[in-house]
Design a protein around this ligand. Structure first.
Ligand SMILES: [Zn+2]
Length: 288
């Protein structure tokens, strides 16, 4: 993935579709100026384990929420954090789906925290996988109800996409999601205004091994490890197609990062440890 600053106050986002098709999106978005934070109180241990066996609603959800609140004082989104601690965040999009249980098993077996960005409509058939994610304490974010191109929707359409997925998550016992990832990385000023109103933080990414293109498990592993750096956010996909290569790659990704002495953390913890820059410009993301 290429990452470059766009012109003042605006960005162009061009990402290929994670699931089928080869289109790209162009969007403009205002730069987030961020507001001065009250203080760096959002500290956390970089070595926390996966929040296993606690249930997402039993305590750490409140902590995560306060970490997101602190991040919102700095910015409205993250692509990668300032490299203060040697941490990285693994994120999984488009699920839950048929491959999600295998992903969860690997994460649990290796005691690896992670963040899942959920497509609301997938919960019709795979709500048990969400329940497993919650039971094991993984962090859950909103990835719209129908994996929508938000930039083609008006404000009410965008709101419905974000809110409907959030409502489904809450009905299934998840905490109200505070993290949001726009499908295709495509967002505009309307998206940012809605997220601001909903007190939600937008999570982009800095490492994209293109697992959804199925380049081979080895290529997915090297696509992550060769770009590893403190503060990085990795995008992977647990659904939206055949994800057997992602399943196969995950143990080597985790082992490889740990051999390089990275602590793997959820997105809220990454935001606390390696926070986004205060005055970052919205990025130009370019896939393929
Ligand atoms: Zn997606």
């Amino acid at each position: 993935m290429l990452l470059a600053a766009a012109g003042a106050g605006a960005v162009v986002i061009a990402l290929t579709r994670p699931s089928g098709g080869g289109g790209s999106a162009n969007a403009t978005a205002a730069t987030s100026a961020g507001t001065p934070a009250a203080g760096g109180h959002a500290s956390a241990s970089p070595t926390g384990p996966a929040h296993r066996h606690h249930g997402a609603a039993s305590g750490h959800a409140d902590t995560d929420s306060s970490l997101v609140n602190a991040a919102l004082h700095r910015s409205s989104f993250v692509t990668a954090g300032i490299p203060r601690h040697r941490v990285m965040a693994l994120t999984f999009d488009d699920g839950p789906g048929p491959y999600t249980p295998a992903i969860v098993r690997t994460l649990v077996r290796t005691n690896t925290p992670a963040t899942f960005f959920i497509v609301g409509q997938s919960l019709t058939d795979f709500s048990s996988a969400l329940e497993s994610e919650l039971r094991h304490g993984f962090d859950i974010g909103d990835h719209t109800e129908n994996h929508a191109w938000l930039i083609h929707l008006d404000e009410s359409g965008q709101l419905a996409q974000i809110r409907d997925a959030a409502s489904r998550l809450e009905r299934l016992g998840a905490p109200a999601p505070r993290l949001f990832r726009p499908p295709y990385g495509a967002f505009d000023t309307t998206t940012l205004a809605l997220l601001h109103r909903m007190r939600m933080f937008m999570v982009l990414w800095s490492i994209d091994p293109g697992d959804w293109r199925r380049p081979g498990a080895g290529a997915i592993v090297s696509g992550v490890l060769s770009h590893a750096q403190p503060g990085a956010v990795v995008i992977l996909h647990d659904a939206g197609g055949d994800r057997s290569q992602t399943v196969a790659a995950l143990p080597a990704i985790i082992n490889g990062l740990r051999r390089r002495h990275y602590d793997l953390v959820t997105v809220p913890r990454l935001l606390a440890l390696d926070p986004p820059p205060r005055h970052q410009q919205a990025p130009h993301l370019s896939g393929v």
